[in-house]
Design a protein around this ligand. Structure first.
Ligand code: 6PG
Length: 240
């Protein structure tokens, strides 16, 4: 884990890591596949990557970047709760990434299971998967909920026990909107996973995750053959 002074330093560190992974992937395989985190913590990171006056924007080979999403809320892409809307406004509309290389989850589909199946088709096409093969993202960005969830993998949720699907629908019973999420096997297939965590509210969950409390979904993100980095600000990293 790396502890940063606050949200701005967290964004700078995250952007530096993003650049490193992007440049290495493009040098090695001609493209960089990244799954973006939703929620609010990543906003400063995405803004940093898009900032024309900061080094990262010019350092990322955007023409070779393929963007995906770790999860999405089942709302239209112009809805205030949409992860695509957040990523589009902070990053995607401000960098020269080819539009056809932004692979969103169609939140406007009222059926999260259908949306998940559509997304699995996109993953299969873009990663050119053989049957039964999982996509290996060069980088997956994740956040942490105060309850220990990550992406849309919630404590006790059925999605946590999914071992073959690449993405699944997550009905969230009255919590405003259903979701679609990448599954644990896909997260753990990644070459690199980077958690971005900020704020005192996350400190108890982060302590439990780092202590290996696998009752928390985030603690079950352990790349089989990849790196795992926690970037946290001082408040989130506080030892209680
Ligand atoms: C989402 C995210 C979710 C998020 C955590 C932390 O769609 O909400 O995928 O897993 O990363 O809930 O959210 P904040 O960054 O807003 O605290």
């Amino acid at each position: 884990m790396r502890v940063l002074a606050g949200p701005a330093a967290l964004a700078e560190a995250g952007a530096s890591e993003f650049v490193i992974h992007a440049q290495a992937a493009v040098a090695a395989r001609g493209r960089f596949t990244v799954a973006l985190a939703g929620g609010s913590t990543p906003r400063p990171l995405y803004a940093r990557l898009a900032d024309p006056d900061a080094p990262p924007r010019a350092a990322v080979p955007w023409a070779s970047v393929h963007v995906f999403f770790a999860d999405e809320r089942q709302v239209p892409p112009d809805h205030a709760d949409s992860n695509m809307k957040m990523a589009y406004e902070t990053l995607l509309r401000n960098v020269p990434i080819p539009e056809e290389q932004v692979h969103r989850i169609r939140g406007e589909n009222p059926d999260p299971d259908r949306a998940a199946e559509e997304y699995e088709g996109i993953l299969s096409d873009v990663f050119r998967l053989e049957p039964g093969q999982r996509p290996r993202f060069d980088l997956v960005l994740l956040g942490l909920g105060a309850d220990g969830h990550t992406a849309s993998l919630f404590p006790g949720g059925a999605a946590l026990s999914e071992t073959s699907r690449l993405a699944v629908g997550v009905p969230t019973a009255g919590a405003g909107f259903d979701r679609v999420t990448l599954t644990l096997p896909v997260l753990n297939e990644a070459a690199a996973v980077m958690f971005l965590i900020a704020g005192a509210a996350k400190a108890p969950a982060l302590r439990r995750v780092l202590g290996g409390d696998t009752t928390l979904p985030a603690a079950r993100v352990r790349p089989r053959n990849g790196s795992l980095l926690f970037l946290a600000d001082r408040d989130a990293a506080a030892q209680g």
